[in-house]
Design a protein around this ligand. Structure first.
Ligand SMILES: [Zn+2]
Length: 397
């Protein structure tokens, strides 16, 4: 069962030693030459070489056994409803399954799968506030679900966005899933959201399921949302030339999802590299969706972009961690002092042809997860979902 109350690390000291390889999540400096991390409470207090650090009075010591430590993965695009349940594919414990796929933070792109979802303005505001509160209070497996992302509808006025922001709502659901589909109208509401500190994502491409609609590149450009949501479609992509135009003309986030068109995913990522703006690329699954629930979706996207896309594996890790954290204003996603202690410890999967984790990713194999840590607390050891890691960390004390 998922945890209903979240253990905390207040006042505790965690030491992780014998780190074999450390990926920082920072695209300007993706590899760190360290072997030890010290966590105090829920934040990174120090990192470096073991001999230089104060490891005394640790309440927990983990021997990483020369595995790779990276920030916990951030899924930039999910559709939660309530609890650890999704009606989309009638599944329980799907969020806990994502923890076993390396994910420590999920960002809602709208609680659109709620049966009977209200579409009137007071109702959609009430739902967003309730979802934000509910997931703030409930973290399945310890995973942070940033939810409460209203799907905007025609008739909303500036005061509605102020009310939402005042009530703690920080995200808009995918623009275009509701009745606001025209560029000018979307632009007006996105600007109101931005004015009150609410981030926005726009649906890009053809309709996802019966009832939703096409959002083409002209609407995406005019709306100017913070994130070009699933630029590779969810699942139906815009023509490749339009996707390239979006990358070139907009400066906003380029979100690539698992539940999308793989060919266009590769084209968008490669173009971002060519345009020298790799910091704009972030990854999501867009699950639960018609294609299912993908606990390993972010790892699979990393392997796809590195192997078929030819992008350095340490860079694709940044797409799923530091890039998203910076764009979303999160204090996780980077291995640096003061950041949240959300970690994934992984190793090359058993019997991969890759000689180490990064090499295996570049060959298209996903790594094996040996331990997940959120806010300085061990949440799971060997993953039940990834191929088995060659080495797994152990908790010494
Ligand atoms: Zn969508």
């Amino acid at each position: 069962m998922a945890e209903s109350s979240t253990p905390t690390a207040t006042g505790k000291k965690l030491v992780i030693r014998n780190i074999g390889f450390c990926l920082s999540g920072d695209i300007s400096h993706p590899i760190l030459d360290i072997d030890t991390i010290v966590v105090e409470g829920d934040k990174i207090a120090a990192l470096g070489r073991e001999k230089d650090l104060d490891l005394s009075q640790a309440s927990t010591v983990i021997d990483a056994r020369h595995t790779t430590l990276m920030p916990g993965l951030i899924d930039s695009h999910v559709h939660p409803v309530f609890g650890d349940w999704t009606p989309r594919q009638s599944q329980l414990n799907w969020i806990d399954s994502f923890l076993h796929g390396g994910v420590t933070t999920m960002i809602s792109a709208g609680e659109v799968h709620l049966p009977g979802r209200p579409k009137d303005i007071i109702g959609l505001k009430a739902l967003a506030i309730t979802a934000q509160r509910a997931f703030d209070n409930f973290r399945p497996g310890g995973v942070k679900v940033l939810a409460g992302a209203p799907v905007i509808e025609q008739g909303m006025v500036e005061q509605d966005f102020k009310d939402l922001a005042d009530a703690g709502v920080k995200l808009l659901g995918e623009v275009g899933l509701g009745s606001v589909k025209a560029g000018a109208e979307a632009q007006r509401m996105v600007a109101w959201a931005r004015k009150y500190g609410i981030q926005s994502t726009i649906h890009t491409g053809g309709p996802s399921i019966p009832g939703s609609g096409l959002i083409d590149k002209d609407v995406v450009l005019e709306a100017d949302a913070d994130i070009i949501g699933h630029i590779n479609g969810g699942h139906t992509a815009l023509p490749e030339a339009q996707v390239c135009e979006l990358c070139e003309k907009s400066r906003r986030g380029i979100e690539i999802v698992h539940n999308g068109n793989e060919k266009i995913a590769l084209a968008a990522a490669r173009l971002a590299m060519e345009l020298k703006c790799p910091e704009r690329v972030i990854l999501g699954t867009d699950s639960p969706a018609g294609s299912g629930v993908q606990p390993l979706g972010i790892l699979r996207m990393m392997a796809l972009l590195s192997s078929l896309g030819g992008i350095a594996p340490e860079m694709v890790v940044c797409f799923a961690t530091g890039n998203t954290a910076k764009m979303r204003g999160l204090n996780s996603g980077l291995i640096a002092v003061g950041r949240q202690a959300d970690f994934a410890l992984m190793d090359r999967a058993q019997h991969t042809a890759g000689k180490d984790l990064l090499h295996s990713l570049s060959l298209g194999d996903i790594p094996g997860i040996g331990m997940m840590i959120i806010d300085g607390v061990v949440r799971c050891e060997r993953s039940r979902n990834t191929p088995p890691a060659t080495q797994v960390p152990i908790v010494l004390t």
